[in-house]
Design a protein around this ligand. Structure first.
Ligand SMILES: [Zn+2]
Length: 86
């Protein structure tokens, strides 16, 4: 599965609540770790799941804050050659 924005292969996902036993569900919001695009997980009965672009403005304020924090972390890391800085 590729990110529809940057085309990089996405082959794993990690939940923000730390529960690694939980599998992504249809409609779950994801952030591409490469380009920080906001995506929605779409299950596909005929094949592998896919990602669709998602409009972050449709989230409520608390959800949007979490997504924006993740995006900022990824973008900051990318600007620093993959390293997080404080
Ligand atoms: Zn991407």
């Amino acid at each position: 599965m590729e990110c529809p924005e940057c085309g990089k292969k996405l082959d794993s996902a990690a939940p923000v609540d730390g529960n690694v036993e939980k599998l992504p569900a249809d409609g779950d919001i994801m952030v591409c770790v490469y380009c920080a695009s906001v995506l929605a997980w779409k299950t596909n009965p005929q094949g592998p799941p896919r990602f669709e672009r998602f409009d972050v403005e449709t989230l409520d304020n608390s959800e949007r804050e979490v997504v924006e924090a993740m995006r900022n972390l990824i973008l900051t890391s990318n600007e620093n050659g993959g390293k997080l800085v404080s």
